[in-house]
Design a protein around this ligand. Structure first.
Ligand SMILES: Nc1ncnc2c1ncn2[C@@H]1O[C@H](COP(=O)(O)OP(=O)(O)OP(=O)(O)O)[C@@H](O)[C@H]1O
Length: 250
């Protein structure tokens, strides 16, 4: 039986506006993600997707509720333990890549390992391996500004993967890509999910990207109002299903 890598229980999040008005953005939301699962989170703008992802990935605290990752309660860890945990167990892929312009591609990808004080030889080997997988070996010595958007996105993905995380979080990982690069990124995520058993939790508004997931959670007003699973359907058939579900929502 597969074990859950992530269990979120009864999450609530309330923001206080500058005018002092409280807004409940997540409402008693619970979910779990199994080892090796690929989960997409969809929903209308403002439904709480990014807030949920930020809480699941330790970047934000909920108002109440708990989050367990690999059997550890991440809300009870101190800042040092959280930083170490993020560095070792999690990978992040964002829409805007978050690459550091003054560092080369090689240095950007190395960052999670350098921060963990891994030996230079091991860092080099790990970067080579991930660069091969993502077909970016030829521009390891370039700077991010010399690359196209799709290339930068692949470098961001390489950095998310270089330390062998057990869980990858993506916030609109194909948001800035054209359709060809989006397809390539999703094929790549599918490959690491299938071959390395890395679990993926991804927020997207894009039906095409979501159709690569094995399960899709639809969020409305801070609650999961619908879940669909791909089971043994082809991606193409699942894509049609996602489109029709989105039609029901909009
Ligand atoms: N830091 C914050 N302070 C106050 N309100 C916030 C904050 N972050 C988000 N919100 C509000 O919480 C609600 C949910 O925002 P969130 O970004 O989680 O939604 P989303 O589903 O990811 O939206 P989108 O698809 O537009 O990115 C919105 O109404 C937003 O204005």
């Amino acid at each position: 039986m597969t074990e859950p890598v992530l269990i979120a229980n009864q999450l609530n999040k309330t923001y206080l506006s500058t005018a002092g008005v409280q807004q409940e953005v997540l409402k008693n939301l619970s979910l779990s993600v199994d080892e090796g699962e690929f989960v997409a989170i969809m929903g209308p703008s403002g439904s709480g997707k990014s807030t949920l992802l930020n809480i699941l990935s330790t970047l934000m605290q909920p108002s109440s509720g708990s989050v367990m990752i690999n059997n550890k309660n991440i809300l009870q860890m101190n800042d040092d333990a959280i930083a170490k945990f993020r560095g070792q167990d999690m990978g992040f892929i964002f829409q805007n890549y978050n690459l550091i312009e003054s560092l080369t591609v090689q240095e950007n990808i190395s960052l999670p390992l350098t921060l963990q004080k891994v030996s230079p030889k091991k860092v080099k080997d790990a970067v080579q391996k991930v660069a091969q997988l993502l077909h970016i070996e030829s521009y390891l010595n370039k700077y991010p500004t010399e690359l196209s958007g799709g290339q930068q996105q692949r470098v961001g993905a390489a950095r998310a993967l270089v330390h062998n995380p057990t869980l990858i979080f993506g916030d609109e990982p194909t948001g800035a890509l054209d359709s060809e690069n989006a397809r390539e990124m999703m094929n790549y995520l599918t490959q690491i999910n299938d071959n390395e058993g890395i679990s993926i939790v991804m927020v997207t508004h894009d039906a095409f990207s979501a159709s690569f997931a094995s399960r899709i959670l639809f969020l409305t007003d801070g609650q999961i109002t619908k879940t669909i699973t791909r089971d043994n359907q082809s991606r193409e058939v699942f894509y049609q299903r996602v489109l029709s579900e989105l039609g029901n929502f909009n």
